[in-house]
Design a protein around this ligand. Structure first.
Ligand SMILES: [Zn+2]
Length: 267
């Protein structure tokens, strides 16, 4: 059977689908249905680093580098992604985007785009949102890191614009996964930060600091750009209140490890 491109299987994803403990990968249900895409977000389970680092994938948090390498081999190995095919931004909480042509580190940016098969884009997170985009028509992808600063600068919107400029991508064709991140249940911010966002993205409750809903904010960016709601999946998982499986900088501070969200096109 031939599936006409760009049609994808956009049946609704199951609401509130939770992740079973001890698995090292969170899959997007939508992206998993698209054969040329290989993607996933790591958890803190199944690693070799001392707790609470577990499956820490960052070399910048004081973890033993040989353990980080083993963790990366485990996670990317389980996804059948060669480590030497990774393109990784050196993130600075900005809206800077770069086009990846080769594996390696990309300085001072928070999103990468590419249309090169078997080049895997990976962003590092622990509360900030990992956002993975795929355009099945232009055959292009993006990986975006967006915390409150990146969201305020609309890094996701700039990534969508970059996909259009570089590859002729149309927002209506995009498939998007907003992965696990600090949720509106827990993500308290100061008044100064809260007022940078629309009121519908801020939860105000008597006796508590304002809480930001960055998943909602970024989902709205997708919708306003023209992405079909059927093609958007938002992980219900909150990093802060899911300590069994997710790293959270807000919760664990300097002892927190980092997870990664990765996406690539395979022939
Ligand atoms: Zn929470």
């Amino acid at each position: 059977m031939i599936t006409p491109n760009p049609a994808i299987d956009a049946r609704p994803v199951k609401e509130g689908k939770m992740h079973s403990s001890n698995e090292m990968i969170i899959h997007s249900e939508l992206l998993s249905r698209i054969p040329p895409i290989r993607s996933g977000v790591s958890t803190r389970c199944g690693g070799v680093s001392r707790e609470p680092l577990g499956l820490n994938l960052s070399y910048n948090v004081g973890d033993d580098p040989s353990k980080v390498t083993q963790n990366r081999e485990r996670f990317f190995g389980a996804l059948n992604i060669p480590i030497d095919r990774l393109a990784i931004p050196y993130q600075i909480h900005s809206a800077a985007i770069r086009r990846a042509e080769n594996p390696g580190r990309y300085e001072s940016c928070d999103a990468l785009v590419t249309n090169i098969p078997e080049l895997f884009l990976a962003v590092s997170i622990a509360d900030c949102l990992p956002i993975l985009l795929y355009d099945p028509v232009a055959r292009a992808i993006a990986a975006v890191h967006s915390g409150w600063r990146g969201s305020k600068e609309k890094v996701l919107l700039k990534a969508i614009e970059t996909l259009r400029k570089e590859f002729g991508s149309c927002p209506k064709d995009l498939v998007a996964f907003i992965g696990p991140a600090a949720g509106e249940c827990c993500y308290e911010v100061g008044k100064e930060v809260a007022k940078e966002f629309p009121t519908e993205c801020v939860v105000q409750e008597q006796g508590r600091k304002p809480r930001l809903d960055l998943k909602f904010f970024n989902k709205n960016i997708l919708l306003e750009s023209g992405v079909d709601e059927q093609r958007i999946e938002v992980s219900p998982l909150c990093t802060i209140c899911t300590p069994a499986i997710l790293h959270s900088y807000r919760r664990d501070g300097h002892s927190s490890g980092r997870m990664m969200g990765v996406i690539g096109i395979v022939p």
